[in-house]
Design a protein around this ligand. Structure first.
Ligand code: SF4
Ligand code: SF4
Length: 344
């Protein structure tokens, strides 16, 4: 299907014309299900050959709509895990007794060997120290793989974490460095990151050193609460930001609160979209929202992209004065805001 996006000549420049420096823009929601990836993928479709990064390494899904063709891949190693040499092992079982994580698997038969279950191994090295035969070695653990792919909109840097693997923050940092290298080689003006949900390690690794955050929220008590947490996190990095409100017609009162919150925290308002099944339908067809049609949410996203270009240009002119407000006490998007962890 022919992409329903503006031809390159009608696209806005990726970068503020005043500087032309490489910009890293992160799309973040603080909460799953707000439409963050659909917004990020649509911006990728509207931008001029950006480098796209899927920083949601625990549950990546940009590839579902961008249909990447893998050009390069490599292993991602982080931390340590034990490995038993069966030829040297004397089958005494001391390692299993010492291991506090139940990671040493006892052999079921005489033919089987003592072995380490990588999923449970914490890499503490205790087994290595007690083994009388020096049959255990510590090695760097394979936590997943990174990939550089081509898509119809530009290069995509993404990853696959191994099941149960941790250290996704380190992997995100690696992906962003890779994206900067690719952008440098391609002369790209924009790195567009689809951020992870939440405000944990991967989100911190995504925001560190970025230039701008696009927050995507939906008008609900939990959505605004998570938005506030994400904005607080970005404020720690003194990052400028903007806001796009998805499904704005679901609760107009909460949507108004989101608008007021944006004004209070110095976020540029990129616009809003009413609930539109095009978000789901486009994903099912492997398309971005802006490719799937030209009305409804698609039109709202196109307008938001133009507004983002204007915001970035203004930000570059005023840099570094234009920043998310980090003042305390923290203004709440909702007077009856639930406490952290409270079900909503
Ligand atoms: S402590 Fe060493 S020799 Fe004993 S079972 Fe474990 S690996 Fe084998
Ligand atoms: S390194 Fe630690 S966690 Fe891993 S198998 Fe040895 S004792 Fe268990």
């Amino acid at each position: 299907m022919k992409p329903n996006v503006a031809p390159p000549s009608h696209r806005h420049d990726n970068v503020a014309p005043a500087s032309r420096r490489l910009l890293e823009v992160v799309v973040l929601s603080g909460k799953g299900g707000a439409g963050k990836t659909s917004v990020a993928a649509s911006f990728a479709a509207l931008a001029d050959r950006p480098v796209i990064v899927d920083c949601d390494v625990d549950a990546p899904n940009m590839h579902l709509v961008l249909k990447p063709v893998v050009r390069e891949r490599g292993g991602f190693r982080s931390g340590w895990e034990a490995s038993i040499d069966p030829a040297a092992c004397g089958r005494c079982g001391r390692c299993a007794t010492e291991c506090r994580f139940g990671a040493i698997v006892r052999p079921g038969t005489r033919e089987e060997h003592w072995r380490v279950e990588p999923l449970f191994c914490e890499g503490c090295g205790a087994c290595e120290r007690v083994c009388p035969r020096h049959a255990i070695a510590m090695r760097e653990a394979e936590r997943g793989e990174w990939l550089r792919s081509d898509t119809r909109f530009g290069p995509l840097i993404h990853a696959r974490m191994a099941p149960g693997a941790e250290n996704s923050g380190k992997l995100v940092a690696f992906l962003r460095k890779k994206a900067q290298d690719v952008a440098g080689a391609n002369g790209a003006g924009l790195i567009l990151c689809d951020g992870p949900p939440g405000i944990g390690c991967p989100a911190i690794a995504t925001l560190s050193g970025a230039d701008h955050v696009v927050f995507v929220t939906e008008p609900s008590a939990s959505g605004l609460h998570d938005l506030e947490r994400a904005v607080d996190l970005a404020a720690r990095f003194r990052l400028p930001g903007s806001l796009f409100i998805n499904k704005a017609d679901l609760d107009s009162e909460q949507a108004d609160r989101a608008v007021r919150f944006a004004a209070h925290r110095g976020l540029a308002l990129l616009g809003s979209a009413a609930y539109d099944p095009a978000f789901t339908l486009a994903q099912m067809r492997g398309l971005t929202v802006v490719e799937s049609n030209s009305a409804g949410a698609s039109a709202a996203l196109r307008a938001a992209w133009i507004r983002l270009q204007e915001t970035l240009a203004e930000q570059e002119k005023r840099r570094p004065a234009f920043r998310v407000t980090a003042s305390q006490p923290n203004p709440s998007p909702s007077p009856e805001r639930p406490a952290t962890g409270q079900p909503t």
